[in-house]
Design a protein around this ligand. Structure first.
Ligand SMILES: NC(=O)c1ccc[n+]([C@@H]2O[C@H](COP(=O)([O-])OP(=O)(O)OC[C@H]3O[C@@H](n4cnc5c(N)ncnc54)[C@H](OP(=O)(O)O)[C@@H]3O)[C@@H](O)[C@H]2O)c1
Length: 332
């Protein structure tokens, strides 16, 4: 590979202050790994915003190039599963957390974190999906493995206008599920219906003081991106044998609930961790993301920014103002 310097968004800490900035790096500063990738695209997830700004204690090693997602082309590999020119995806594990990540023109990562780009996806589409899409897909695959099917009843999705939420709505609608979108954004009801939601409910319509341990059962499935009282409400309103996927904490890390949904309705609460889900599930989910789970509105809900615009892009994520997905064009 070329030895010349390249651009990277490096996150560092001085005292208690965490700050990310664009710098020039050289290949010898990359971390250890068998596969060196010329990064074409990365993306912004909620976790990236927490990491880049220090709003969450995400980074475990400073300095660290941010970006938990990357897609690109292999330029060097000492692992015989990969050759120069292969198009690949690498997301999660320690990427952008304690190993230099995808916000740089080059990355070097262990081969076990890399998967070949599945047929049916471009490098751009892989990052329009990114960790958000992988997580939505993983949740759906695990819920179906737990018995969820369109005939069992509707599925409710919280954090609906976010990356994971919007992609989950689109994927579930593609599969034939009736989907209710739960959102804090009254102005985005048409957007959510356009993704395939058959109904939209505003979080402000739920009076959390009045939610009892068990309410009338409404949902066969629930995808939760926000945690806290919303997750309690979902559990209380699940139908018999329903399945809830707990993905995120955009509203709260707390969960104050009762055991009634579990022991009186047989509700399952599945924990979804995209970070360290390895083979063969990782390949299985990506292969479905390239086929029957591929969102119909992937391009419509994705905006693209340049690496240079990254520093000003994170605030909207922290304020819950984002809609859809953001791809970062790196060296495409
Ligand atoms: N478990 C995993 O492996 C995994 C993987 C990826 C992401 N996550 C987590 O999943 C969550 C969603 O990720 P994302 O990438 O989709 O984030 P995102 O694009 O920033 O979207 C988050 C959405 O949550 C809602 N929200 C934000 N702040 C809120 C608040 N204070 N109260 C209630 N709702 C709020 C908003 O949707 P509405 O306005 O429509 O309600 C917002 O658009 C995050 O917590 C993230 O850390 C977990």
């Amino acid at each position: 590979m070329e030895r010349s310097p390249f651009s990277a968004f490096l996150i560092d800490k001085a005292g208690d202050t965490v700050r990310g900035q664009l710098v020039r790096m050289t290949p010898d500063q990359l971390d250890e790994g068998e596969v060196t990738i010329r990064v074409h695209y990365s993306s912004i997830n909620y976790k990236d915003a927490l990491a880049a700004t220090g709003a969450g204690k995400i980074i475990r090693r400073f300095p660290c190039v941010g970006g938990i997602d990357m897609s690109g082309e292999v330029v060097e590999s000492s692992d015989d599963r990969f050759s120069p020119g292969d198009r690949v995806i690498a997301t999660s594990f320690d990427i952008g957390v304690s190993h230099h990540g995808g916000y740089a023109e080059y990355a070097r990562v262990p081969a076990s974190w890399v998967i070949p780009l599945p047929g049916g996806l471009t490098l751009f589409e892989a990052m329009a999906l990114g960790t958000a899409g992988f997580t939505a897909g993983l949740a759906i695959v695990r819920m179906e493995d737990n018995g969820l099917a369109p005939a069992k009843g509707p599925v409710v999705v919280s954090g609906a206008t976010g990356g994971v939420g919007g992609l989950a709505i689109d994927m579930l609608a593609c599969l034939g599920y009736e989907v209710l979108a739960l959102t804090g954004k009254a102005a985005e009801q048409d957007y959510l219906r356009g993704l395939g939601a058959s109904g939209v409910k505003l979080t402000s319509s739920i009076d959390h003081q009045k939610v009892r341990p068990l309410e009338a059962g409404q949902w066969a499935g629930a995808v939760d991106n926000v945690g806290g009282p919303i997750l309690h409400w979902m559990l209380a309103t699940m139908k018999q044998a329903g399945t809830v996927a707990s993905i995120g904490n955009a509203a709260s890390i707390k969960l104050d609930t009762t055991v009634f949904p579990f022991i009186l309705r047989g509700v399952s609460l599945l924990g979804i961790d995209s970070g360290y889900m390895g083979s063969p599930t990782r390949e299985r989910v990506w292969s479905r993301l390239a086929s029957d789970l591929k969102p119909r509105h992937l391009h419509d809900i994705t905006r693209t920014i340049e690496l240079q615009s990254l520093p000003s892009a994170f605030d909207d994520f922290l304020q819950g103002r984002v809609k859809g997905r953001t791809v970062v064009k790196i060296a495409a």
